[in-house]
Design a protein around this ligand. Structure first.
Ligand code: ATP
Length: 289
């Protein structure tokens, strides 16, 4: 049980979304989702004009430890604006540690993490969210005793003075199931719905870079396909994505590029298509003998 779902976990009072349009008001929802996507495109164009670097995220020679144990032993990778980059590898390879290092939950002992021109090592995690990185964690970590709507509202904690209505509608457009269950306690949702809520909550901060940790974990094949289709849709609306997945086949199907991590080191980096065709990857990660 995570801190967030433990009974008695603190729940901040959050106003219910009485002003939100009815869930079946699809035209309004679509228009508002388009509004968010357009705002993100405008932001990207403005940054490009200001000469922002092509690499939204750059990690150089990062070493992250748990006590004396090195989980990352000099990891370097980059993510370009607009990409889906997939990080694949076996259990314990260091995938989650990589994401937690980027999002500021772990501090690397060596190396650099640059995001959108900022050195972010040592920056508090909430400030990193404010810069535009948001992580949807492995195991989901939704606030079980709060409603779907309240969970989404918490995802926008860095944007408290802004109008969030278009963002709720964008999430409800991507995940109609959440719209139907907006007043339901998150702890009573199915595993797939909690996954949707974790992703929706991350989107509420309007991240430039969305970090997804094992979005298909514990989901049926049908739901997994749906989740991956939605990840592609989120990317096509303008959000850059770093995707950690054990389901390497699905991850490489939707990614532009990928990295293979093995015991704390990157052992392969290539386009997703080349990785999917790579003999070593096929044998070790795509279940082929
Ligand atoms: P999985 O898919 O199983 O989560 P992963 O590739 O995400 O695997 P990590 O969770 O990043 O791997 O773990 C990398 C290494 O760090 C592993 O050897 C793991 O046992 C170790 N590790 C992870 N979390 C901790 C922790 N809190 N304390 C000590 N060691 C840890």
């Amino acid at each position: 049980m995570t801190d967030e779902t433990r009974p008695g976990a603190t729940e901040a009072p959050v106003t219910e979304g009485t002003a939100a349009p009815a869930p079946d008001d699809r035209a309004v929802a679509r228009a508002q989702a388009q509004e968010v996507a357009l705002a993100q495109r405008v932001e990207r164009a403005e940054r490009a004009e200001q000469g922002a670097t092509e690499h939204l995220l750059e990690i150089e020679e990062v070493q992250t430890y748990y006590g004396n144990i090195a989980a990352l032993k000099g990891v370097s990778l980059h993510v370009r604006r607009g990409e889906i980059v997939s990080l694949i590898g076996s259990n314990g390879a260091g995938k989650s540690t990589t994401l937690r290092t980027i999002s500021g939950l772990l501090r690397p002992r060596h190396g650099r993490v640059r995001f959108d021109g900022h050195d972010i090592v040592g920056m508090p995690a909430h400030e990193i969210v404010g810069l535009g990185i948001c992580q949807s964690p492995e195991g989901r970590g939704v606030f079980g005793r709060m409603s779907v709507y309240e969970n989404l509202t918490l995802g926008a904690f860095t944007r408290h003075k802004e109008n969030l209505e278009p963002d709720y509608q964008r999430v409800f457009e991507l995940f109609p199931r959440l719209a139907e269950r907006r007043t339901q306690k998150a702890g009573t949702l199915s595993g797939g719905e909690q996954q949707m809520l974790a992703m929706g909550r991350a989107l509420m901060s309007r991240p430039q870079l969305l970090l997804l940790d094992e979005p298909s974990m514990g989901l049926s094949p049908i739901l997994t396909e749906q989740i991956f289709a939605i990840i592609s849709e989120i990317n096509s609306q303008g959000t850059t994505i770093l995707l950690v997945e054990q389901n390497a086949q699905m991850a490489l199907n939707i990614a532009h590029r990928g990295y293979v991590l093995q015991t704390g080191r990157i052992i392969l980096a290539d386009t997703a298509a080349n990785l999917a065709a790579n003999e070593q990857v096929r044998q070790a990660y795509l279940g082929e003998i």
